[in-house]
Design a protein around this ligand. Sequence first.
Ligand SMILES: [Zn+2]
Length: 381
Amino acid sequence: MTVIAKVTSSDPRAPLSQLLTAPLGLDVWEVQPDHVVLRAAEAQVERLQQMGYGVELLHQTDTYLSTFATAAATEGYHSAETLEQDLRALAERLPEIAELHEIGRSVENRPIWALRLGDRRGTDHKVLFLGCHHAREWISVEVPYLLAEHLLGTADTDPVRGWLERGEIWVAPMVNPDGHEFTRTENRLWRKNRRRNNNGSAGVDPNRNYGYMWGTLNVSTSSHVPQDETYVGPRAFSEPEARAVRNLVARELFSGVLTYHSYSQLILFPWGYTSNPAVDPADRSDMEQLAGAMQRLIRGVHGVTYTPEQSSTLYPTAGDTTDWTYGEYDVPSFTIELRPRSQAEGGFILPSDQIQPTSEENLPAALEFIGHALDRNGGGP
Ligand SMILES: [Zn+2]
């Protein structure tokens, strides 16, 4: 039995930061200045209390699911199968500019799809959008999918026309189809892929499996314990889902990578593995400025705030996608944590009437990112 709890600290011997940097095997959902929301087994909750933390029980996990995971909250989201159908339909509608690529196969042999948008091949102006590394983050499928739909719908007007004439936009809305399917059929709060680990537990966190500074941390949010939610895997790129992205990136050499997650409404940029900022001052100011511009554009649509910050400020992670794309390829790399802001608003279970506004508010920021990546001098890394 697990519970969802709000953890606070008034004991200086047990600061909240320590909660994240200790290997406690917690499923950390949300980090606020004065509290952390997490899911934990009851024994873990007792341990936290013994360590000096204040623990307020928010929900039994079952109650949370019956409160939030209603029919109204699930209809309207893609499955792996309907996503494939819809991506195929998009590619068939405009075959001269859209092409569907299988970029790899998951642990359970599901195809991982990426839609390539652009008039021609051989350009060095390319940008990549990713979604759904984490199974339960369903909105992170819909935002990149609807971005692709929008780009195709406006392909004959500028600026999209110009981008597609001289560049390519790749969109892979569901990197982790096995996990996503598992959240639909078995466990709505599943996060990882569906690897069978050596100790009998299941799942590697695909967003801790990338090969830059992989495995350099062992904390709740980046763990070496196979049953933990953020298990980094036995080695870098051990997982076919991360390898599919790696191979695509290595082949196409994108000028920018943006990956969607949920939740918390954040715009995160490297590094995650260290609290030090990116060393190169030009890179740092470029990513900070772009994050600020995206924040303003998002807020301009429905007035909703997404906060820009360095990834490690949220919590430490080693082996995530953006540390790897920035560290290895030196290109602007962002993680956007989508709606909602908090667990009280549903957390991972975002009602499906929020798909449209979440997509709408992220569209201008995505277009800004494309323009930045495709128009910048030199294009390629
Ligand atoms: Zn995520």
